[in-house]
Design a protein. Structure first.
Length: 189
């Protein structure tokens, strides 16, 4: 049975982990480089990844002999490199050969929207909340993600190149901090 309080909790937790607003500089940057981002495809792929991981995540990881903490550390390294790209203005990932479809999936759908933090959070939510409430929370977040992706060109125009550059640096530092927190939390020595 749907529980409004659980849905609100799950939605807010996922909203803070996905942090699509914090990803606006990256999204605007990719849109500028490629001219277009397939918002619907990115949202559907991210949603598919989240829902599959919600139901099969632990089994998939154990199939490869990977625990949740190791998966989170690997995701933290990717987020760290994306943060460095944003701050330093250097490309660690090859973007020049990317087309619109692949950029909509990597890095936008994964790891920006449905990254290690989101997937690890989904596993934690599963132990505390009912599945149907988690699914509603995921769908509400995906709706918001789609709206942000769809309006990223408008947002980019409103912010201007100076505003985007400032946001890019600020959120690059935040992305580095999130990566370090994920790394520190999940590093087992």
């Amino acid at each position: 049975m749907l529980n409004f309080k659980e849905i609100v909790s799950v939605t807010l937790i996922l909203f803070s982990v996905i942090d699509v607003l914090g990803s606006i500089p990256v999204i605007v940057d990719f849109r500028k480089r490629l001219g277009h981002i397939e918002s619907g495809k990115a949202t559907l792929v991210a949603g598919g990844i989240m829902i599959v991981f919600l139901f099969l995540g632990e089994r998939l990881l154990s199939l490869f002999g990977v625990d949740v903490a190791s998966f989170a550390v690997a995701g933290a390294i990717i987020l760290f490199l994306l943060g460095l790209e944003m701050i330093l203005g250097r490309n660690f990932f090859k973007h020049e050969t990317m087309d619109v479809t692949s950029a909509s999936i990597v890095p936008i759908a994964f790891p920006i929207i449905a990254g290690a933090g989101t997937m690890t959070t989904l596993l934690a939510l599963r132990s505390a909340y009912e599945i149907q409430n988690i699914l509603v929370g995921v769908l509400l977040n995906l709706l918001f993600v789609f709206l942000v992706l769809k309006s990223s060109s408008w947002i980019g125009n409103k912010l201007g190149s100076g505003g985007i550059e400032i946001l890019r640096k600020v959120f690059g530092i935040i992305l580095l901090a999130i990566a370090i927190k994920l790394f520190k939390t999940n590093l087992v020595i």
